[in-house]
Design a protein around this ligand. Structure first.
Ligand code: ARG
Length: 247
């Protein structure tokens, strides 16, 4: 698999390479994760999560620098202090909690499964392991397949094909190199929108997104939790959801 063209590159952000005394926090994102975090054609970071942290920074008086990082290495980058937080649709899981702290949850999602429009495969076929499954490496979608299909010998390990980012999986599904793709529902809808692909169903994982922060950085954890409270109480929260067509 290739790596993303935006990974590990600095990007322009709407705010501020500032000369003031404010703190600057570096926010790690996957730059290929619309509608939560993505780099537009001008090289500017956009998305629901990007605008959320910019809002919180404005409200609480800190600067935000958006830093795209390859998803699979994003927690190591956080713990190596290359970034100060991960704010990019990261599901709060017990495994990740051993490595990082999470803010309070800010969004709920399920996994969804897509196929080619020419395909007659169903969600039951997916669960029965009838074909190759694409997922982004290091995501809860890939973990679900490992736990429920690979480890239970429903599929062979090589039937799970992992990618550095999800658009690569969507392209392989379009080209019929794989039979299914699994991903969080909102970014899945975005990825299939302009392709001959459709959803066959959802897996009710009931995941919650949180902002990941280094374990020793309790000051930042408190700041983000306070910022999330303020954002959620504000009319801007509904406006943001509407802008990015979130449920
Ligand atoms: N919510 C899933 C997870 O935490 C998928 C996240 C993918 N996020 C991203 N920015 N690529 O594993």
């Amino acid at each position: 698999t290739q790596s993303t063209n935006t990974a590990d590159k600095s990007v322009k952000s709407a705010d501020n390479a500032s000369t003031d005394q404010k703190k600057t926090y570096i926010v790690g994102i996957d730059g290929e994760y619309p509608p939560y975090s993505f780099i537009d054609k001008n090289g500017t970071a956009q998305g629901f999560d990007v605008e959320s942290i910019q809002w919180i920074g404005n409200k609480l008086g800190f600067n935000v620098k958006i830093q795209p990082i390859a998803w699979d290495g994003i927690i190591p980058a956080l713990n190596a202090k290359k970034i100060d937080m991960v704010y990019s649709g990261m599901t709060i899981t017990d495994e990740r909690k051993q490595q990082v702290n999470f803010s309070k949850p800010y969004y709920k999602v399920n996994q969804s499964v897509a196929v080619h429009n020419d395909s007659t495969l169903t969600l039951d076929d997916f669960k029965a392991g009838k074909g190759k499954i694409g997922a982004q490496r290091g995501t809860t979608g890939a973990f679900w397949v490992e736990e429920n299909l690979v480890n239970k010998s429903v599929i062979q390990a090589d039937q799970l094909v992992t990618y550095d980012n999800f658009p690569l999986a969507a392209t392989d599904l379009q080209n019929k190199r794989i039979d299914f793709a699994i991903y969080d529902r909102p970014p899945m809808l975005d990825a299939i929108a302009d392709k001959p692909l459709h959803l066959v169903g959802e897996i009710d994982t009931g995941e919650e997104y949180g902002v990941a922060i280094r374990k020793d950085d309790t000051e930042l954890l408190n700041t983000i939790n306070k910022g999330l409270d303020l954002l959620h109480e504000s009319p801007d929260w509904a406006a943001l959801k509407k802008k990015y067509k979130m449920e």
